[in-house]
Design a binder for this molecule. Sequence first.
Ligand SMILES: Nc1nc2c(ncn2[C@@H]2O[C@H](COP(=O)(O)OP(=O)(O)OP(=O)(O)O)[C@@H](O)[C@H]2O)c(=O)[nH]1
Ligand SMILES: [Mg+2]
Length: 243
Amino acid sequence: MKVLREVLSRSNLILEVVDARFPDLTRVKMVERYAERTGKPLIIVLNKADLIPKEYAESWKKILSKDFPTVFVSTKERWGTRILRNTIKERRTHKPTYVGVVGYPNVGKSSLINVLVGRHVSGVSPRPGFTRGKQLVRLSRDVFLIDTPGVVENRDETFLLLVGGKDPSSSKNPELAAHILLTNLHAMGELPHKDLEEYAREKGFFLRGGIPDERRAAIDLLRRFQRGELSKTYDWLKNISAQ
Ligand SMILES: Nc1nc2c(ncn2[C@@H]2O[C@H](COP(=O)(O)OP(=O)(O)OP(=O)(O)O)[C@@H](O)[C@H]2O)c(=O)[nH]1
Ligand SMILES: [Mg+2]
């Protein structure tokens, strides 16, 4: 949080990176309030748009644009980066421009910086919580980007595991989130397994004595979901966040 505050105060434009699969769940309201309070321009970047249908991205863009200028990108497919660069130029109020790149862990902040700059300047990892400190990167003569560690507001662990904000292997109880995930995917017909035990058996995850390793099954299932390998529907997650 200290790093976030430093970066925000140093920035004169903010890129709020959210996961296009569940933008509303990965918005950082605290950062948006800060932008409103200080009058610093903020752009919402819906990243990982390759993981959702285009219409879904368009409709989210429409909804979020009511609050802040919004662009959708995929750093994987390199979509949208030109539009984003232009939006930064249009919206900036200061030169040189210091762009704070903030958002939940694992939404693709470092990946975004790499594609904007066009070379690998910031470490990327499927494990949430990868970027530790802040890092300043030059984008052009008068635009600098500041990478930050992911922000986690006070959310419960199950929620974070499901939206990719926490590394499942660092959780004491990944089984709970995995159970919720599995039950929902099974109900939607997207996963054949009834429970973690069955998933562990099929994957060949066993403890000594042939007991199915449900913890390992839970970690595997959550990782696959975080990477976008399992489901293309995310509406059911809304109920989780309300809990
Ligand atoms: N499918 C897809 N995956 C992406 C995209 N952008 C990033 N990723 C993946 O998401 C994971 C996290 O990317 P990072 O750039 O490390 O995310 P970050 O927000 O910097 O994460 P922290 O440093 O942990 O806060 C990596 O496995 C990336 O390959 C994208 O547009 N599409
Ligand atoms: Mg990072």
